[in-house]
Design a protein around this ligand. Structure first.
Ligand code: ATP
Ligand code: MG
Length: 824
């Protein structure tokens, strides 16, 4: 093997040695050619050259990494675990290709997954080679590179080079037109579903003619036809969507042999990071381009494949050696990132997956510091505690060197989790930034929902009205809004008043008139309800979102983002729970939004686990490790074991981002749509090895807090944690009382009665003292944490109908009530 490397890099090292020799000659310390040859032959080229002059990019690389860097010719796969220096080796390889003159910077195709990764890669190369990196037009993401290729060769795909890349809104508008044209029931088959289906096909490199019959019964059997029409329409408009960027490039390369040949010759070297997450289209594109020279180097980790839901095929990386039979495969095993406990905890966790290659990672790191596992009462306490920890780490008051804020990160499974953290950090003035997406209150669905609350509270808020007038679609399009705005300007009226006028003076007629009247009537009603101040504000907000059709709009939306958006809306409703009225909540939001940019200072980062791929941080916080949230119930419901394994890989990615501090937390209760739901600690905790985990008890979670509470509650208190600390894996099995409610998914409900609970090492419990149905009597006085005092009107199994003093008649699970003798 080493011989092969030697011959492939012989000229380079000879050059290095000669160069060095001439430097020495100048200094009067020359060595003879013989000597040089001798050294080349006896000690191995790499070592010999390095002793004389080691290019900086090779500095410190281990043997395997060096092989990955120096073995320039032929296919190379670096298949290795997290933090083993794959990206570092890949970057050094690029530097080496350029430095050794094997290719010019513009003859290298280097692909990464995110813009952030591309920027980092450029920065690393420029550290080695300076400005040279500016001459690398083909270093970037799949999309950016394909967009460039397509612009150069647009005419072959039937486009002009100034084609437009459609955003999601434009795309949906176009699809909607087509669905209507075909007279398909839009409610049953919404445009977003079609967008999603088409995107999936494009990820699999399927143009309309390649879609198989079995796929085609969607959209009343018209999906493929719609796809064809959509592609035709895009061509007429000289436009493409994101999926097209790759699909068109693939098409033109397959169609035009001369062009393919040209690119195959141009790209003397191809390098791909995070190869495990390539989809079929990306894979085919790379394979085509690499076919001639076969100088392709892919790096990746099958254990970090986390984009299956977006069409990524982990099989691509496992198939590499078949695709390129003479491939050299380097397995890096030394982890340079994490301390030994973090590495060991992550390795043990991922062992539980069955479909993996399996690898053993090791580290020389002698650093101590176990993975900390913390249970909290609820999400707010979790946010408070994490905020304090982050500040303490930043100040260096934890017995460690201070960890600057920008070296700390919170990685969440679902974006709705960010809300509690953001609120907390704004209130304590902890600078933070959300990476890879907007802040919680800046999200599209949250802005829409808030606009509804604003117009229902203040009818003069024209911006809010304009935002929601046609969201969801009511046939009150741009032209109507223009008319209303014109009226507002002429008569100096708020938009809502112009709308009333437009109805009475006949500016708006037909269906538009009907819809607008309906909307105005609803706004009047909501305003009345808000001003009466009788119902809890969260309930009012929830009904505004329901009655306006806004929640429904996202429920009917089958795109991959819609479940997350629905979760965010629930989280918003949950946030309102802490306010006495809606105007108070809106006031709070404006303060949150005001607390905007703080440039030039170190900021804590918050991002999703998916966005954290490839990155590393000194301190990592992983909140929300509860079954249903992580692993995500949706994943389990949709893809079963496959989904579970992908979730576990995501957990592995999360832990392995940490260099020195890794803290996992879970809560006993999550409030979902204002219903307390007892949460079950994530099954992934079972996969952690006890010697790598330190279970800690936050000061807020002590016995006195729950004094007088029932058995289940006290089990979650410090006693149980101390016990767990002593013997993490042998903590007595605790069966969690099933307190699931109607907002819980069927899967979680199922799970709550299955063995998983018994497997769970750490208990979870319901938030309140429970009254069992048999405790209750009709007419009895009860107390509910949210609704306060009430009287039992009826009992049906475990559900009681209660007349609450303030909140009115409600059906609640009896487990959420305190009754006789337990009332506060
Ligand atoms: P991931 O799988 O998370 O993408 P990776 O395999 O790409 O990880 P890198 O990000 O390249 O790993 O490296 C992880 C860390 O280890 C980085 O801080 C990097 O600088 C450091 N590192 C890599 N190789 C070495 C080495 N030979 N000596 C010292 N540090 C190294
Ligand atoms: Mg990497």
């Amino acid at each position: 093997m080493l011989k092969a490397i030697c011959s492939s890099t012989k000229s380079f090292y000879r050059m290095v040695l000669m160069q060095n020799e001439s430097e020495k000659k100048n200094l009067g310390t020359g060595v003879s050619n013989n000597l040089l040859d001798n050294e080349l032959n006896t000690t191995g080229l790499a070592a010999a050259a390095m002793r004389h002059l080691q290019p900086s990019y090779l500095e410190g690389l281990n043997e395997m990494q060096q092989q990955g860097v120096l073995n320039l010719d032929g296919p190379v796969l670096m298949l290795a675990g997290a933090g083993t220096g794959k990206t570092r080796a890949l970057t050094a390889r690029i530097a080496h290709i350029i430095n050794s003159g094997k290719a010019k910077p513009n003859q290298i195709l280097a692909v990464t997954f995110t813009n952030k990764a591309a920027i980092e890669m450029k920065a690393r190369i420029s550290l080695f080679l300076g400005d040279v990196v500016e001459g690398m037009p083909w270093l970037g993401t799949f999309h950016s590179i394909c967009s460039k290729m397509l612009r150069i060769n647009a005419e072959i795909a039937g486009l002009n080079s100034d084609f437009t890349i459609l955003d999601v809104d434009d795309q949906l508008r176009l699809l909607k037109q087509l669905i209507r044209l075909e007279k398909i029931d839009e409610k049953r088959w919404p445009p977003r579903s079609l967008a999603h289906i088409i995107d999936n096909w494009k990820n699999r490199a399927l143009s309309p003619e390649k879609v198989s019959d079995t796929d085609s019964n969607l959209f009343d059997g018209n999906a493929v036809k719609l796809y064809t029409m959509y592609q035709d329409r895009l061509k007429t408009l000289n436009a493409v969507d994101f999926g097209d960027l790759l699909l068109h490039v693939l098409y033109i390369l397959q169609k035009d042999a001369g062009l393919l040949e040209k690119y195959q010759s141009t790209f003397k070297y191809i390098l791909v990071d995070e190869y495990q997450d390539t989809n079929v289209a990306q894979y085919l594109w790379l394979r085509l381009l690499a076919q001639k020279k076969k100088n392709i180097c892919c790096v990746g980790d099958d254990d970090q494949s986390i984009y299956g839901w977006r069409g990524a095929e982990v099989g691509n990386i496992l198939r590499f050696e078949k695709d390129f039979p003479d491939a050299k495969v380097f397995r890096l095993e030394q982890n340079y990132r994490s301390n030994k406990h973090i590495l060991s905890a992550a390795s043990n966790l991922i062992k539980a997956n069955s479909s993996r290659l399996g690898k053993t990672l090791w580290t020389e790191s002698k650093k101590e510091g176990k993975v900390r596992l913390v249970g909290h009462w609820n999400g707010e306490e979790e946010a408070r505690w994490i905020g304090e920890e982050i500040e303490a780490l930043a100040r260096g008051t934890r017995g460690y060197d201070p960890v600057p804020l920008d070296e700390q990160v919170i990685l969440v499974r679902a974006s709705f989790q960010m809300r509690a953290f953001e609120e907390r950090f704004v209130s304590i003035g902890l600078p933070y930034e959300v990476i890879g997406g907007p802040r919680f209150y800046e999200r599209l669905e949250i802005r829409d929902a808030i606009a509804y609350l604003r117009i229902a509270t203040s009818p003069t808020d024209s911006l809010a009205f304009e935002r929601i007038i046609n969201t969801p679609k009511r046939g009150l399009g741009e032209r109507t809004v223009q008319e209303l705005n014109k009226k507002s300007r002429e008569k100096n009226l708020p938009l809502l008043k112009s709308a009333r006028l437009a109805i009475s003076d006949g500016t708006v007629v037909g269906k538009g008139k009907y819809e607008l009247t309906q909307l105005l009537d609803k706004i009047d009603l909501w305003k009345k309800i808000i001003s009466e101040d009788e119902k809890p504000p969260f309930e009012i907000a929830a009904s505004i979102l329901d009655e306006s059709g806004y929640t429904e709009m996202w429920k009917n939306d089958n795109s991959p983002t819609s479940p997350g958006r629905l979760d965010n809306l629930k989280e918003l409703i949950d946030a309102i729970k802490d306010f006495d009225n809606i105007p108070g909540f809106l006031e709070h939001i404006s303060l949150m939004m005001e607390n905007e940019r703080q440039d030039g200072i170190a900021k804590l980062k918050i991002m999703t686990l998916h966005a954290a791929k490839g990155l590393e941080f000194f301190a990592v916080f992983l909140p929300g490790w509860e079954d249903g949230l992580f692993p995500s119930q949706r994943s389990l419901d949709e893809t079963g074991l496959k989904g579970l394994e992908e979730e576990r890989r995501l957990a592995y990615v999360g832990i392995t981002r940490a260099i020195q501090h890794c803290t996992i937390s879970f809560t006993a209760n999550r409030r979902i749509y204002n219903n307390w739901q007892s949460a079950i600690p994530s099954r992934f905790l079972d996969n952690l090895s006890k010697e790598d985990v330190e279970v800690i008890v936050p000061p807020t979670l002590n016995q006195s807090r729950f004094a007088g509470n029932d058995r289940n509650v006290s089990r979650f208190g410090s006693q149980e944690f101390n016990k767990a600390d002593n013997d993490f894996n042998s903590t007595p099995k605790i069966v969690v009382k099933n307190t699931v409610d109607k907002y819980q998914s069927p899967g979680l409900r199922r799970m709550a009665t299955t063995n998983h609970l018994e497997r769970s090492n750490i208990s979870s419990k319901v938030p309140l003292n429970q009254a069992t149905p048999s405790d209750l009597e009709i007419g009895e006085k009860v107390f509910h944490q949210k609704f306060g005092y009430g009287k039992v009107k009826d009992i049906d199994h475990d559900t009681a109908t209660i007349e609450f003093k303030k909140a009115g008649l409600k059906k609640v699970k009896s487990g959420y009530l305190l009754s006789k003798g337990k009332l506060p």
